[in-house]
Design a protein around this ligand. Sequence first.
Ligand SMILES: [Cu+2]
Length: 123
Amino acid sequence: MAMERKWTLLVVAAIAIAVVLVLAFMFMGDDDGDGDGGPGPNEVWIDGLAFEPFNLTVSVGATVTWTNNDAVSHTVSSDDVGLFESDTMTNGETFQFTFTEVGQYYYHCALHPEMHGVITVVA
Ligand SMILES: [Cu+2]
């Protein structure tokens, strides 16, 4: 009887661990944009002082939309000064830019210089 109880406890513990792992993967999926809750194609979300995804690949001619999901304000500012520069974006505001040439376009937030992102434009 004591042996059976021990096995039951082990099975319950194993199931509990499995449930926690599945939940963890679901949340990770959302953060990565793999789930329904993440940014779509040609979209960058500004979330938790970071551009997500960090490196977005789009086709020539694509219009990229950035959305500020943070409570604090951000900008989308091209490292190549003057190529593109958003106004200060408060929560919920968006910025769009159309990429017409193949290349890698590095950008940052003017208010948080540690925030960086890249748009890779392919043919
Ligand atoms: Cu910022």
